[in-house]
Design a protein around this ligand. Structure first.
Ligand code: SF4
Ligand code: SF4
Length: 414
C-alpha cells in the first residue's frame, strides 16, 4: 500500500517501522475472515484491514479521534490476522505503534486514565496483586456468584526441587502467575529435575515481562521493565543457564521480542538479543528433551478427555502450532477436536477488564467449543487464558505442563 508518512514521523524509528509494515499490506482483506472482533461486530473498522487503514491515516498526518482510539482499543492483539495474511504484514508491531501515537494525541478521560494506570501498576506489582488476591479469596464466600467465580482458588505449588544438577535453566517468575497458580512453574521445575536439569527461579528484580504496559500504550514503562529483567537475569545467563523457560505464552512472546524492544539502546541491545534468543516455551524444551522424558511417562495412569485451547500468543504470536497437541496425545490422553481453534478466548492481557462485553462473548463462544465433547479437563498454556476460561466453567482448567508433571514417573522405567 502506498504510504506518505507525515514529516513528524518520517525518519523516526516508529515512523520507519510503521511505513515498512504498511507498504507490505495489499489491502486484500483476507485477514478479516479470522479476526474475532470483525466476526462479532461486523464493522470494517473493527477488523485488521480497517484498523490498518486508520493507523495509516494517522501516520500520514490525520488527527486521530476518540473513535479511532475505540477501534484500536477493541483489537485483542491476538495476531490471528498475522497467521492469515499472505503478505506477512506484522500487524502486532504496527498496532503497538499506532496505539502509542493515538494515546499521545487523544489521551483519555480521567476515569479511564485512572483505571489504566491502576491496572498497569497493580498488576505489575507482585505484592499489590498478591494482597488483592488474598483479600478477594478471603471475601469470596460473601460475594455474588458471578464475581466470586472470577477469583481463582488458592493452589498448592507442591515441591520445588533443590538446584542439584550441573545443567540449569531459568524459569521466569511473571507478575500474576506466582500468586494465582504457583504449581505451574513448580511442575516445570519437577519435570526438568527428573531429567537432570535444575529449574531455577529468575532472580528478584525480574517480574512482569512488559507486555501489559506495551499493549496499554505505555512504551517507556515496557522498556524500563525489559531493562530491569535483562539486568536481573544476566548473571545467571553468564553463569551458563541454557534457556529461560517462560511458562506463560503471553510473557514468552514478549521476552522473545526484547531484541526488537531494546534495539536502540546501546547499553542493552546485545544482552537483550541474547536473552530473547534464550527464551523458550515449555513445549520447545520438552520436545528437545523428549528422549529423556518420553520413557518416563506413565501411560497406564488413566487417560483423560482433554480439550486444549491454544493461546493466541502461542499459535499466532510465536507461531508454535500443533506441538502441545502432539504432546497431549503422547501422554496417552484423549484429545478432543475443537472448532474455531484459531480464535481468541477474550482474555488478552487486560482486555477482559477493559472490554468486558466483547471478552465475555468470546469466552462463552470458546467455552462452547471446548466443552462440546464433554472433556474432563480443559488445558491451555497461558495463565491469562486459564484464569479467564476458568471463570466461566466448573470444569478444571489447567496448564498442560501440570498434566505432564502428574503423568511422569519419578524414578523412570526400568
Ligand atoms: S494485513 Fe494482510 S491479509 Fe490483511 S489486508 Fe493487509 S495484506 Fe491483506
Ligand atoms: S490482532 Fe486479533 S483482534 Fe486485532 S485485528 Fe488482528 S485478528 Fe483482529
Amino acid at each position: 500500500m502506498e504510504t506518505r508518512i507525515a514529516p513528524e514521523f518520517r525518519g523516526t524509528r516508529e515512523g520507519d517501522e510503521a511505513e515498512a509494515i504498511l507498504r507490505a499490506c495489499v489491502h486484500c482483506g483476507f485477514c478479516n475472515a479470522t479476526c474475532p472482533t470483525y466476526q462479532l461486530l461486523g464493522d470494517e473498522l473493527d477488523g485488521p484491514r480497517g484498523r490498518i487503514y486508520l493507523m495509516k491515516q494517522v501516520l500520514e498526518g490525520a488527527t486521530p479521534t476518540a473513535k479511532t482510539q475505540l477501534h484500536l482499543d477493541r483489537c485483542l492483539t491476538c495476531r490471528s490476522c498475522e497467521s492469515t495474511c499472505p503478505s506477512g504484514v506484522r500487524y502486532g508491531a504496527l498496532v503497538d505503534i499506532g496505539r502509542r501515537i493515538v494515546e499521545r494525541k487523544v489521551g483519555r478521560p480521567p476515569a479511564e486514565a485512572a483505571q489504566r494506570y491502576s491496572l498497569r501498576k497493580g498488576l505489575l506489582s507482585k505484592s499489590l496483586f498478591g494482597a488483592a488476591l488474598a483479600t478477594g479469596r478471603a471475601a469470596k464466600a460473601w460475594l455474588p456468584h458471578e464475581i466470586a467465580r472470577r477469583i481463582p482458588d488458592a493452589r498448592d505449588a507442591g515441591m520445588w526441587p533443590a538446584a542439584r544438577h550441573a545443567r540449569r535453566m531459568l524459569i521466569m517468575q511473571g507478575c500474576v502467575q506466582p500468586s494465582i497458580a504457583p504449581n505451574i512453574d513448580a511442575a516445570m521445575a519437577r519435570i526438568l529435575d527428573r531429567i537432570g536439569i535444575s529449574g531455577v527461579r529468575t532472580a528478584a528484580g525480574g517480574g512482569c515481562c512488559g507486555a501489559l504496559p506495551e499493549h496499554l500504550g505505555a512504551h517507556d514503562d515496557a522498556l524500563a521493565i525489559a531493562r530491569r529483567n535483562v539486568d536481573a537475569w544476566w548473571p545467571a545467563v553468564e553463569a551458563g543457564a541454557e534457556a529461560i523457560v517462560v511458562t506463560a505464552s503471553g510473557c514468552g512472546v514478549t521476552v522473545r521480542d526484547y531484541a526488537h524492544l531494546l534495539a536502540d539502546d546501546a547499553g542493552y541491545a546485545r544482552r537483550a538479543e541474547r536473552i530473547g534468543a534464550l527464551a523458550r516455551d515449555p513445549v520447545e524444551v520438552i520436545a528437545a528433551e523428549w528422549k529423556a522424558i518420553g520413557p518416563r511417562i506413565a501411560l497406564d495412569r488413566g487417560a483423560q478427555r482433554i480439550a486444549f485451547h491454544a493461546p493466541c500468543t502461542l499459535q499466532h504470536g510465536m507461531q508454535i502450532k500443533g506441538q502441545v497437541e502432539e504432546l497431549i496425545d503422547a501422554m496417552g490422553h484423549q484429545r478432543l477436536p475443537i472448532t474455531d481453534a484459531h480464535l481468541c478466548c477474550g482474555s488478552a492481557g487486560t482486555y477482559s477488564i477493559l472490554q468486558p462485553e466483547l471478552a465475555g462473548q468470546l469466552k462463552r463462544n470458546k467455552l462452547a467449543a471446548l466443552e462440546a465433547e464433554r472433556p474432563h479437563v480443559i488445558a491451555s498454556a497461558n495463565i491469562g487464558c486459564i484464569t479467564h476460561l476458568a471463570s466461566g466453567t466448573d470444569r478444571p482448567v489447567r496448564h498442560w505442563i501440570e498434566l505432564l508433571d502428574e503423568r511422569m514417573l519419578d524414578g523412570g522405567r526400568g
